[in-house]
Design a binder for this molecule. Structure first.
Ligand code: FAD
Length: 457
């Protein structure tokens, strides 16, 4: 059995968001950390991060940053988003608040800024060395060795890695190597939609050309456009569209069809995206995948965290938040165990059902965002939900609130959220205005269904 020895060096594969934060946690526990990253150093060269330009950080991610003293600075660079601003094809915009009041909001933050900030703080501990342009190619778990392609020089090198943390993202080589071993499984489900990033530049003097403190959505059923604000006054838009079909990346194959489609479906966005045609035909089309595998670790030698273990689709804004929560859980296990195998085994047991739950909720939220947000019935239910959140604090909890504004395990959020959603649906039946909701009946339903469930768990 491999005892935890603080004089031993730990190897981390991948200096993305999770690998960088994890290195910082490990350094604070006294370990030396060697990080191998495929890309060049994004603090010195412009690197295509390959993923969204900005992302939403909420309670779980902020809590993780708080543990390493970085929350405050991150908040200074983040823009609060208090709700969804719905853009219909025609007619007025409507804000659907995320929580019971403005204190419950999610935050838009730059992926590149956050990644650089985490790398710099990890290195400043004096215990973390990040080596760039090192592409992991092969892992020999029995021998405890790795082979890397040095992308600068072209040579392949071997490194010893008695303890390996695989944070190399959704296409993880560490995971692929694990699944070659007996008893390991991994299933990757590719979404039939892809995404394309487009830009709404800042207005005069760095002003925002739409409401700054909201996540904008143009829900259109089979597809949707969203936009998140950036610090410089611009917005990054993401168009989610099927790869194939009547309205798809395949069908929008000329500037003419693209412009006609936008003018018909997103008329208010067209004047805000001056480089629409250029961005659409030059920016890469991203893919989205759900990865579910088991058991995420090889004895006490190697462990997967973040997207490498459990990539999810982005519609709940939780992939990074979940990966940051992994780091907090691993850190707390390091204070309780003396053997790596015990840490890794418990980590897998604690995280697996929760990762599966948020993966499923993220897929369900895709339908909610692109479809339901446009319906009057959904809007009414959201309003009823808000009334209940305020009328029954601590007793009535919605799925969105539990996922984004609390740290209760995702599995519990899924179960409680489903019961809560059922109560809202029943109460909204036949209702014209949310204020008219029957609070006595609500109290009874909450007492009968939610309270016993929460007490049981
Ligand atoms: P990654 O960020 O993928 O980092 C992996 C790192 O490993 C990279 O630096 C990569 O270069 C490196 N690497 C890969 N292979 C190798 C190799 N062979 N050798 C060495 N290094 C390697 N999450 C949220 O919480 N909120 C959001 O709003 C949100 N929005 C999103 C929007 C989109 C469009 C997408 C696609 C994702 C979104 N996510 C969001 C999810 C989030 O991006 C991921 O969950 C997060 O990036 C996972 O971090 P990670 O470090 O595990 O993986």
């Amino acid at each position: 059995m491999h005892e935890i020895d603080r004089s031993e060096s730990i190897t981390v594969a991948g200096a993305g968001l999770v690998g960088s934060l994890l290195s910082l946690f490990l350094a604070r526990r006294g370990f030396q950390v060697e990080v191998f990253e495929r890309r060049p150093d994004m603090r010195r060269e412009t690197v295509d991060a390959g993923r969204s330009i900005n992302l939403a950080i909420s309670a779980r991610g902020l809590h993780a940053l708080r543990q390493v003293g970085l929350e405050e600075e991150a908040r200074r660079h983040a823009i609060p988003m208090r709700g969804r601003m719905i853009h219909p094809v025609s007619g007025a915009l409507a804000l659907q608040p995320y929580g019971k009041d403005d204190s419950q909001h999610i935050n838009s933050i730059s992926r590149a800024w956050l990644n650089k900030y985490l790398m710099t703080h990890a290195e400043e501990t004096g215990r973390v060395r990040i080596r760039f342009r090192q592409r992991l190619q092969h892992v020999d778990f029995a021998a405890g060795t790795l082979s890397f392609l040095d992308e600068a020089g072209g040579a392949t090198r071997q490194e010893r890695a008695p303890v390996l943390m695989g944070t190399d993202g959704s296409g993880s080589v560490v995971r692929q190597e694990m699944t070659k071993l007996p008893g390991f499984s991994s299933n990757s489900e590719l979404l039939s939609h892809g995404y394309k990033e487009l830009t709404i530049p800042a207005g005069p003097g760095g002003s925002f050309r739409m409401e700054k403190n909201a996540l904008h959505i143009w829900p259109r059923g089979a597809y949707m456009l969203i936009a998140l604000p950036n610090e410089d006054g611009s917005f990054t838009c993401t168009l989610f569209l099927p790869f194939e079909g009547p309205v798809s990346f395949a069908s929008l194959n000329s500037p003419g069809t693209l412009t006609a489609f936008f003018e018909e479906q997103f008329p208010d966005a067209v004047p805000l995206i001056p480089e629409l045609t250029h961005d659409f035909f030059h920016n890469p089309t991203g893919t989205m995948v759900t990865v579910k595998g088991a058991p995420w670790h090889v004895g006490g030698r190697a462990l997967l965290l973040g997207d490498a273990a459990h990539a999810i689709v982005p519609f709940f804004g939780q992939g990074m938040n979940c990966g940051f929560e992994d780091c907090v859980v691993l850190d707390s296990l390091l204070s309780r165990h003396t053997r790596w195998e015990d840490v890794f085994t418990e980590f897998f047991h604690l995280r697996k059902t929760n990762a599966d739950a948020i993966a499923d909720m993220a897929v369900e939220n895709f339908i909610e965002m692109r479809d339901s947000t446009a319906s009057p019935r959904f809007l009414l239910e959201k309003q009823v939900e808000k009334v209940l959140l305020n009328a029954f604090p601590g007793q009535f909890l919605s799925r969105y609130t539990l996922v984004s504004f609390s740290r209760v395990p995702y599995r519990l959020a899924y179960q409680v959220g489903t019961l809560a959603g059922g109560i809202v649906s029943e109460l909204a039946e036949g209702l014209k205005r949310a204020e008219d909701v029957d609070l006595d009946r609500a109290a009874r339903l909450i007492r009968e269904r939610l309270v016993p469930f929460v007490e049981e768990h």
